[in-house]
Write a protein that binds this ligand. Structure first.
Ligand code: PLP
Length: 398
């Protein structure tokens, strides 16, 4: 008999993963070219060639017992130092290796920091629409996820409601920019206002509230939009970074946490995050990938590919009569459903082999997420289907 806690997790298990499985079945039935699977954020732009080269070079040039061995739970010190310096160079911060903990992707990093911080009954605040896994991550440590409802005007966080939802039990707030599922980038103005609310509430309650910036999409921003680095805005910020999307390495499970010196209880947090890394069973982030990443800090994936998809999809959907905001980052487009129920819309879309994720999976019903990290032809061929679907819905309303 599995644990009661796991029963709940299995029941609420990811809609997105379920759709991904369904997509595979449909592809077998109709042929992959006739299925338009927009369900999963699995990068289809290959990792830069330098990543493969770096892995090979590490294997050829570095001592095997070092490359494949255990190390400090935080990761290799020289790699953490290189990462710290590269962040400093980009954002004018002053981190060193003591501020970096290598992680098993963003998911591993968020779990490490939540395990480090949370007591049962603590509250973690997230802004809808949010990455659905946050709920399970908070529940892992018997904390409650408190959701601030979506601001559907521009999908910047709703800070009026945020202020009301903070309590003496709030231990952490998670933000994600560029955002999954909206593609929105939080502005500097947003971050300043968010920090002001947090500072006010910390003072009022006499508590520390940690802001966790979940940033797997930091590098995926278009049209020169600036993604502000969060640590300068708020002292108790912890950044969770990942190479899953920025270098198209989601299966390799590699990322890091940045824990600034000025974060309250810094030394204990670092010590506890090391232990959390160990007892969550990660022990350390994958060693070969750490070594390889150290050689790839200036590498990027081909953003032009995603950008072309973004432009084509956005224009095609608007022309077909859909309402959506143009994403500035990540590789998702969040579209208002022309009928009220998003799940029903997804069912209708499936008739045309269009696989979309309902906004309800992100606590934002009435929308669907389209992951456009797919072949360009998939978008070109899917757009007429979206148009027919819209026409069918319009006709049924008459
Ligand atoms: N956070 C967000 C917002 C994501 O979209 C994802 C993955 O899609 C993750 C975290 C997990 O990323 P990783 O593969 O680095 O664990």
């Amino acid at each position: 008999m599995i644990s009661k806690k796991m029963v709940a997790f299995v029941e609420g298990s990811s809609t997105i993963r379920a759709m991904f499985e369904e997509g595979k079945l449909l592809a077998e039935k109709y042929g992959a070219e006739n299925v338009y699977d927009f369900s999963l954020g699995n990068p289809n732009v290959p990792a830069p060639a330098k990543v493969k080269e770096a892995i090979i070079d590490v294997l050829n040039e570095e001592e095997p017992t070092f490359v494949h061995g255990y190390m400090n739970n935080s990761g290799y010190e020289d790699i953490r130092e290189k990462i710290a310096l590269s962040i400093n160079k980009k954002y004018g911060t002053s981190f060193d290796h003591n501020n970096i903990i290598m992680t098993v992707g963003a998911a591993g990093g968020i779990n490490v920091i939540l395990k480090t911080l949370l007591n049962p009954g603590d509250e973690v605040v997230a802004f809808a629409p949010y990455f659905g896994e946050y709920r399970s991550y908070a529940a892992n440590y018997d904390a409650d996820l408190v959701v601030v409802s979506a601001n559907t005007t521009d999908f910047q966080p709703n800070l009026v409601e945020f202020r009301e939802k903070l309590t003496s039990k709030t231990k952490a707030v998670i933000i994600n920019s560029p955002n999954n599922p909206t593609g929105v980038v939080y502005t500097e103005e947003t971050l300043r206002a968010l920090a002001a609310v947090l500072n006010e509430k910390q003072k009022e309650f006499g508590t520390d509230i940690y802001l966790i910036a979940d940033e797997p999409y930091r590098e995926l921003a278009y049209d020169g939009v600036v993604v502000p680095y969060v640590t300068p805005y708020y002292k108790n910020t912890i950044v969770g970074y990942s190479y899953s999307k920025s270098l198209s390495l989601p299966g390799e499970r590699i990322g890091y946490l940045v824990i600034p010196n000025e974060a309250a209880d810094f030394e204990n947090i670092i010590a506890a995050a090391n232990v959390a890394t160990r007892i969550l069973g990660f022990v350390n982030a994958p060693s070969l990938l750490q070594r390889a990443i150290g050689r790839c800090l200036n590498e990027e994936v081909d953003l032009a590919f995603y950008n072309k998809n973004r432009e084509t999809l956005y224009k095609g959907l608007c022309d077909a009569g859909y309402e959506c905001i143009k994403p500035e980052g990540a590789f998702y487009l969040f579209v208002k459903t022309p009928i009220e129920k998003d799940a029903e819309f997804c069912q209708l879309a499936k008739k045309y082999n269009l696989l979309l994720v309902p906004g309800s999976a992100f606590a934002c019903p009435g929308y669907v997420r389209i992951a456009y990290c797919v072949a360009h032809e998939t978008i070109v061929n899917a757009l007429p289907k979206f148009k027919v679907l819209m026409d069918e819905i319009k006709a049924s309303k008459k």
